[in-house]
Design a protein around this ligand. Structure first.
Ligand SMILES: Cc1cc2nc3c(=O)[nH]c(=O)nc-3n(C[C@H](O)[C@H](O)[C@H](O)COP(=O)(O)OP(=O)(O)OC[C@H]3O[C@@H](n4cnc5c(N)ncnc54)[C@H](O)[C@@H]3O)c2cc1C
Length: 452
């Protein structure tokens, strides 16, 4: 439909609220199952496949993971061998955990040609007569109505024109499709959070204990405030990044990039944000559903209430599209790499913070009378904490920093908090100016609560 990036996020957000299973099917189809073609496909490939995928006549799936290749996605053993006449590749291998496998018409498959360092991407039509068989449906903790199966390729013939991009470029395709997948997954978790907050609030109003609706108890109020705040903050961060991406795409198009190139590069430039959002929102949705169960008490544990399945369904978001451990390390790792290439002045800023700490502190009483003056001050300090941690880590451990994972994980948690807090403040401040502070009283309270 030619939608802008923000609109595609909105669709993903609101369509995903129904269930985690539907959200997974939708994401696997429209995201990782289709995006590799729209981002990397030739005109012929796009003309042949995208209209059918876009109308839902066909469904897509994405085959990257293998029994021995999960987080280490480039280590897959699936092989693609060119035929003697050079007309097709013969793909043989085993893929696992493939969402939509049970009903899809098309797979994006990653396989290795000869002993190439990197895998290659292929568009493979699902045809059982072409050496494709499926394992049974996996028995899973959650997302029960999502199809998840193993896919076996046994000398599956794929025409050479179905190679995506160039030989050995598959890992890049896989990672770039995952960048989009990550931010869209974050969006997909938003409506799940809103739904849980709404259901929990309704229940807390109706449930009477000690002759009192439980919503009147401070302990329950604090939970609802926390759940609503997380949801608001996550929304702020998701749509901040989405608008940044949309703007970058527009700038690149104005500079002469095709839409395809502009989208690819525009999202890639925000890969750090995509990882941050994936981790933050998937952790929050799990926390929100857990608090939802607490508010429902014993009824929260019952499969008859919506909390039980919401909690189970939320769990997968921390695993797929790159586990949260991998994404945490990626976010800081990518930032440090940018700094090393001179694209971000991390070390200069870290040194400045170090010098500031060694200097004489100001004894002036800060003026916190303006809206968010204190929060902005706290945010500035939080950024300094990150700079000190990241800067010291680089100075002390580079070039072996990647091996100090505990440090990267902690630094990433600070980075995530900085991004979320800043996003909420920016959004609320803007809306307070537009609509007045009174109209934004709840949003202001949530933005302040975040810093308590
Ligand atoms: C329901 C479901 C649907 C899925 N859908 C798809 C799909 O459609 N297509 C697809 O290709 N895949 C899919 N996956 C696979 C999913 O992306 C992988 O499960 C995920 O990337 C993790 O890989 P793994 O399971 O092999 O875990 P592993 O990689 O074995 O990881 C196990 C643990 O070790 C940690 N770990 C691994 N490497 C490191 C490291 N270097 N440093 C620190 N910690 C590390 C991980 O964070 C994790 O905690 C799906 C999975 C599930 C469960």
């Amino acid at each position: 439909m030619g939608m802008g990036f923000v609109s595609t996020m909105l669709v993903c957000d609101y369509i995903s609220g129904a269930t985690g299973s539907f959200s997974t099917a939708f994401g696997a189809h429209t995201g990782i199952g289709t995006m590799p073609i729209t981002l990397y496909g030739t005109e012929e490939q796009k003309q042949k496949y995208v209209p059918k995928l876009a109308t839902g006549e066909w469904f897509g799936a994405y085959c990257l993971t293998e029994p021995g290749a999960g987080s280490d996605a480039n280590s897959g053993k699936t092989k693609a061998v060119l035929s003697d006449d050079g007309k097709y590749y013969s793909i043989t291998g085993q893929k696992m955990w493939i969402s939509n496998a049970g009903f899809c018409n098309l797979f994006i498959v990653f396989a290795r040609i000869e002993d190439d360092k990197n895998i290659t991407g292929f568009i493979v039509e699902n045809d059982p007569k072409n050496g494709i068989t499926l394992g049974d449906e996996e028995k899973k903790l959650g997302i029960h109505s999502s199809s998840t199966r193993q896919v076996f390729f046994n000398e599956t013939k794929v025409p050479v024109e179905n190679m995506l991009s160039t030989r050995g470029n598959g890992f890049k395709i896989a990672m770039n499709a995952l960048n989009v997948g990550r931010i869209k997954l974050a969006a997909a978790c938003l409506e799940a959070q809103r739904r849980v907050v709404n259901e929990a609030t309704k229940y807390a109003n109706e449930r009477i204990q000690f002759k009192t609706p439980i919503i009147s108890f401070g302990a329950i109020k604090a939970k609802i405030a926390d759940m609503a705040t997380n949801t608001y903050v996550d929304e702020s961060a998701c749509y901040r990044a989405a608008k940044n991406i949309e703007d970058r795409i527009a700038i690149r198009e104005a500079d002469g990039n095709s839409h395809q190139e502009a989208e690819l590069k525009g999202v890639e430039e925000y890969a750090i944000e995509c990882s941050i959002l994936k981790v933050a929102v998937s952790e929050h949705v799990q926390h929100t559903t857990d608090e939802g169960i607490r508010i429902f008490g014993g009824m929260g544990f019952s499969a008859d209430t919506p909390m039980e399945s919401a909690w189970r369904d939320a769990r997968i978001a921390r695993i797929y599209e790159g586990t949260n451990e991998i994404n945490r390390m990626l976010s800081v790792g990518m930032l440090i790499k940018k700094a090393m290439k001179g694209h971000v002045d991390l070390l200069g800023s870290a040194t400045a913070v170090g010098e500031e700490l060694m200097g004489i502190p100001s004894f002036e009483t800060p003026d916190y009378s303006e809206l968010f003056a204190e929060e902005k001050d706290l945010l500035k300090r939080l950024k300094k904490v990150f700079l000190m941690v990241a800067g010291s880590a680089v100075q002390k451990f580079d070039p072996e920093l990647e091996e100090h994972q505990q440090l990267l994980m902690s630094a990433s948690d600070i980075l995530i908090q900085v991004y979320l807090a800043e996003s909420a403040l920016l959004r609320t401040e803007k809306n307070a100016k537009r609509f007045g502070e009174e109209a934004q009283a709840t949003q202001i309270a949530m933005s302040e609560t975040l810093f308590i």
